[in-house]
Design a protein around this ligand. Structure first.
Ligand SMILES: Nc1nc2c(ncn2[C@@H]2O[C@H](COP(=O)(O)OP(=O)(O)OP(=O)(O)O)[C@@H](O)[C@H]2O)c(=O)[nH]1
Length: 311
């Protein structure tokens, strides 16, 4: 087994639950000690790396699933005990009314006592499971908020490279599964260094923010805009073929030229070069990205401010 700290909580949770099931132990708080450890070892989201965060997610989903299962079993157990307990009470009443009741009554009373004991134990662990489930939900929502922050570029609010990776893989899989087209546009602002050199870095920042606003206005809800690097952006366009993607980039070009950024009564106009690729049936996300990148490079080589379709 790996000794990686990111795997340990899962391993502990798995082992604890497996052993619990194998030994037929009741789900008491003690028996869940290791379970608690699994949750407790998860660091606060702020301290986590991207990989750790994903692992934490996987662990939490597994734990939540198992808690649900165990909780269901406990519910059934409670119901069974409740019915059994009532049945014993009824039997006791019948016995009381019959001859030679006293010896038997003692026996049945002790039976009821031990049944109640088990009942209390199961009820306690039921509450315990509920608390655990609440804790998991809280951690999950913490991770959700944190994930959204981690996946966004703080300057422009576009998705960042980290957030893109998962989405690209998801969209590529979806496109293959549903046999729908998927296009990727790699956009790089032209001569952006000159903007910084002339107007300063802070103004350059606002030009980037403005460009993202313009792009978002042109895109559909389902299109994804990623800040891939400094002045480099990616558009992921589901259900869009090359013609549609080309049309969209042309529209973005027009809108971008019509609505330039203004600073101190001056107009700062930026243009961009685009490499456009459509996902092939046998291609993965990385392959698509490489082709779009090469096409964008070609657009720069051809003189900028244009679209090149990938081979
Ligand atoms: N203001 C600002 N500038 C950035 C940011 N990220 C990258 N840049 C700048 O973007 C410029 C990119 O310059 P180059 O890679 O030479 O590219 P370019 O001037 O756009 O030229 P081409 O891409 O060849 O058309 C550099 O000046 C970077 O400092 C950012 O977050 N804010």
């Amino acid at each position: 087994m790996s000794s990686s700290p990111t795997l340990t909580p899962t391993d502990i949770a798995r082992i604890a639950l497996k052993r619990l099931a194998e030994l037929g132990l009741p789900p008491t708080p003690d028996n869940y000690g290791r379970f608690y450890n699994a949750v407790a070892t998860i660091k606060t989201p702020q301290d986590k790396t991207d990989v750790e965060l994903r692992n934490a997610y996987a662990i939490l989903f597994q734990i939540a699933e198992v808690v649900d299962e165990v909780s269901e079993t406990a519910d059934q157990l409670l119901l069974g005990l409740d019915l059994g307990s009532r049945h014993i009470h009824d039997s006791l009443l019948i016995l009381r009314s019959g001859p030679a009741a006293s010896g038997l009554e003692q026996l049945v009373n002790s039976l009821i006592g031990s049944t109640d004991q088990v009942y209390r134990t199961v009820s306690a662990s039921q509450r315990d499971l509920q608390e655990l489930r609440d804790a998991i939900e809280r951690i999950q929502s913490d991770l959700d908020v944190n994930r959204q922050t981690m996946e966004r570029d703080p300057l422009t609010g576009a998705l960042n490279r980290q957030g893109m990776e998962q989405l690209l893989n998801r969209e590529v899989k979806r496109s293959h599964r549903t046999a729908t087209s998927l296009c990727l546009a790699m956009i790089d602002l032209d001569d952006f260094k000159q903007v910084n050199d002339r107007w300063g870095h802070l103004v350059g920042d606002h030009v980037l923010i403005h460009f993202v606003r313009v792009a978002k206005a042109v895109l559909r809800e389902t299109d994804l805009l990623v800040r891939y690097g400094g002045e480099e952006f990616l558009l992921l366009l589901p259900d869009t073929d090359l013609n549609g993607a080309h049309f969209l980039i042309d529209r973005l070009r027009q809108v971008n030229l019509r609505t330039p950024f203004h600073h101190d009564d001056q107009t700062i106009e930026v243009r961009f070069s685009t490499g456009l690729a459509q996902l092939r049936p046998d291609e993965n996300g990385h392959g698509l990205l490489v082709r779009a990148d090469a096409a964008m490079y070609q657009a720069k080589m051809n003189g900028r401010d244009q679209v090149v379709l990938a081979n």
